[in-house]
Design a protein around this ligand. Structure first.
Ligand code: HXC
Length: 257
C-alpha cells in the first residue's frame, strides 16, 4: 500500500513504518495519524508480522503535532474534529511496537514514542513536551504516560517548563529502553524486533496486554489479569513445545510465530 506521509516495508516478520514529512520534521498532521493507524492496524492483522518498528529521520523522529494545522482551530473544532483520536487505535495494537528515535521527539512526537512498547534512542535524540511554549498542553498522553514513565517530579518539570532532555538523561529517567550510537539505531531496532518476532505470538500478545494492564489498573486488578493470561497460555501447543525444548536442551520450534 502507498501512503502519503509514511513509508512502509515488511522485512521478515517485522513491519516498518517510517514517518516521511522531512519538510516539517515529521510533524504529525491528521494525514500522518490516518496513515500510521492504517499501516499499524494492517501489520497487526497480518499473521506473519510479530513486531512493528516506527521511526523517523536522522534529524527528527517527530517534532510534534502539526502546529500550522492546529493554529486556527477553535476549542469546539478540536473536540468535534477529534484529529488525534486515531492515535488511541495505534496505542491499542496487540503487536509490540518499537520506537526508534533519532533527533527530535517533541510534543506529539514524544507522545507517539510513549505509545510504543520499547523506545530505542540514538545518542542524538532529544525528548520534550514543549507545548507550554505554545500556550497549550500535551494532548496525546504526555501528561499521563510521561508520569508513569519518569515519575511525577521529572514529568512536571518537563511539562511546565518545556525543557528538552537528551538521550542519556531520558534513559536515566526511565523514558528510554536503551541508548545506542546514532549510526546503529535502525540495526539495533531491527534486532530487537526480530528477537520479539521469533517468539510464540500468543505469549507475546499476552505479555504486551499484561504490561499495558500495569499502566492502566491497580496492582490487584493487574495481578488478576496476569494470572489469567499466564494460565491461558498453558493450553497452547507452543507452551508444550517451549518447555519440552528446554528439557531436551534444544531450540524450540514454535508453530504460532
Ligand atoms: C509544524 C513544524 C513543526 C511542528 C517543525 N516544523 N516543527 N511544522 N508543526 N510541530 C517545521 C518548521 O516550521 C520548518 O518549516 C521545518 O519544520 C523545519 O523546522 P525549523 O524550526 O526550521 O528547524 P530548527 O530550527 O532546526 O528547529 C527544530 C525544532 C523546531 C526545535 C524542533 O522546529 C521546533 O521547536 N518545532 C516545534 C516543536 C513543538 O513545539 N512541538 C510541540 C507541538 S504541539 P518551514 O516551512 O518554516 O521551513 C503538540 C501537541 C500534541 O505536539 C497534542 C495534540 C493533541
Amino acid at each position: 500500500t502507498e501512503y502519503a506521509t509514511i513509508l512502509t516495508e515488511t522485512r521478515g516478520r517485522v513491519g516498518w513504518i517510517t514517518l516521511n514529512r522531512p519538510e516539517a520534521l515529521n510533524a504529525l498532521n491528521s494525514q500522518v495519524c490516518a496513515d500510521v493507524v492504517a499501516a499499524a492496524t494492517a501489520f497487526d492483522r497480518d499473521p506473519v508480522i510479530g513486531a512493528i518498528v516506527v521511526t523517523g529521520s536522522e534529524r527528527a523522529f517527530a517534532a510534534g503535532a502539526d502546529i500550522k494545522e492546529m493554529e486556527s482551530k477553535s476549542s469546539l473544532d478540536m473536540i468535534m474534529g477529534d484529529h488525534f483520536g486515531g492515535w488511541a487505535e495505534f496505542a491499542g495494537v496487540r503487536t509490540p511496537v518499537i520506537a526508534a528515535v533519532s533527533g527530535y521527539a517533541l510534543g506529539g512526537g514524544c507522545e507517539l514514542a510513549m505509545m510504543c512498547d520499547i523506545i530505542l534512542a540514538a545518542d542524538t535524540a532529544k525528548f520534550g513536551q514543549p507545548e507550554i511554549n505554545l500556550a497549550v498542553i500535551p494532548g496525546m498522553g504526555g501528561t499521563q504516560r510521561l508520569i508513569r514513565a519518569v515519575g511525577y517530579y521529572k514529568a512536571a518539570e518537563l511539562v511546565l517548563t518545556g525543557r528538552l532532555m537528551g538521550a542519556e538523561e531520558a534513559e536515566r529517567a526511565g523514558l528510554v529502553s536503551r541508548v545506542v550510537p546514532a549510526a546503529d539505531l535502525l540495526d539495533e531496532a531491527g534486532k530487537v524486533a526480530d528477537t520479539i518476532a521469533s517468539k510464540s505470538l500468543p505469549s507475546v500478545f499476552a505479555a504486551k496486554a499484561a504490561l499495558d494492564a500495569a499502566m492502566e489498573t491497580t496492582l490487584a486488578e493487574g495481578l488478576r489479569f496476569e494470572k489469567q493470561a499466564f494460565a491461558g497460555l498453558f493450553d497452547t501447543q507452543d507452551q508444550k513445545e517451549g518447555m519440552a525444548a528446554f528439557r531436551e536442551k534444544r531450540a524450540p520450534s514454535f508453530e504460532n510465530r
